[in-house]
Design a protein around this ligand. Structure first.
Ligand SMILES: *[C@@H]1O[C@H](CO)[C@@H](O)[C@H](O)[C@H]1NC(C)=O
Ligand SMILES: *[C@@H]1O[C@H](CO)[C@@H](O)[C@H](O)[C@H]1NC(C)=O
Ligand SMILES: *[C@@H]1O[C@H](CO)[C@@H](O)[C@H](O)[C@H]1NC(C)=O
Length: 230
């Protein structure tokens, strides 16, 4: 009897906390993601997102023999929970304001503590996880989102998603900003779909001297995660 009621207590608390996995996170409705209407690459999901993150990091590029930067060879970003900003006017411009801080940081390391403490101090943002690339079985690079060592998912080995790009539009804000993307999950339980939207900066210079080393270009973006099975 005691065991049973303890079990139902566990189930009840789980059901209660199911829509948002982070105790410091807030619910964001399905209608919150506004995508350009006249395109078919990025269609808003009909369910609410499980996580809404600000990504702060770098896009890496290599210089090709023909003297331009090839498409991104990977990225590294720290991901911050912005779901509780949803009802404030900061929500739609957090990527611009965070970029101002990030562009003044002397290094390219987004997990550096002063960046994290400034974002926490200014807007109460907490780290949700990290974004980086891994080598996939075909030998290419795949974007991964890893929440296994931060926030309320810390220690949960399934709290990650490795993705593949399925949709892409130029940033509506201009060619200086990296594309908006739709990614599908290929492994992990964190999400089945990820959108990279409201991007700020991150594009490489137009040309380079062949043989010059890879570069890292700072960017910020919002990442929206859907269809979590955690
Ligand atoms: C969609 O509309 C925006 C502005 O209304 C325009 O800048 C853009 O070129 C359009 N895209 C397509 C694919 O028609
Ligand atoms: C790089 O330059 C080559 C040759 O001019 C061109 O074909 C290619 O599209 C350029 N790539 C990018 C990413 O600009
Ligand atoms: C991208 O560049 C950063 C340094 O700017 C480096 O730490 C990271 O390992 C690079 N990642 C990839 C996938 O190239």
């Amino acid at each position: 009897m005691l065991v049973l009621s303890f079990l139902s207590f566990l189930l009840a608390t789980q059901a209660f906390s199911a829509p948002s996995h982070n105790k410091h996170s807030c619910q964001v409705p399905a209608s919150a993601l506004h995508l350009p209407q006249n395109q078919s690459q990025l269609i808003s999901p009909s369910l609410p997102p499980n996580y809404v993150a600000l990504g702060v990091g770098v896009q890496n590029y290599t210089c090709s023999a023909s003297g331009n930067y090839t498409s991104s060879i990977g990225a590294v970003a720290e991901l911050f929970d912005i779901s509780c900003l949803y009802k404030s006017s900061e929500f739609s411009k957090i990527q611009d304001d965070a970029f101002k801080i990030w562009s003044q940081c002397p290094n390219n390391n987004p997990s550096e503590s002063t960046l994290i403490s400034r974002l926490h101090h200014n807007w109460g943002l907490d780290v949700l996880g990290q974004h980086y690339f891994i080598v996939n079985p075909a030998g290419g690079l795949s974007p991964k989102f890893d929440f296994t060592s931060s926030g309320s998912t810390a220690g949960n080995v399934n709290a990650f998603v490795v993705t593949a790009k399925v949709g892409d539009i130029p940033a509506p804000t201009g060619h200086q900003d990296v594309d908006w993307l739709r990614l599908n999950g290929v492994s992990g339980k964190l999400a089945s779909q990820v959108f990279r939207v409201f991007t700020k900066a991150g594009q490489p210079p137009a040309s380079c001297s062949p043989g010059s080393p890879p570069i890292s270009v700072k960017y910020t973006a919002q990442y929206w995660f859907y269809g979590s099975s955690l």
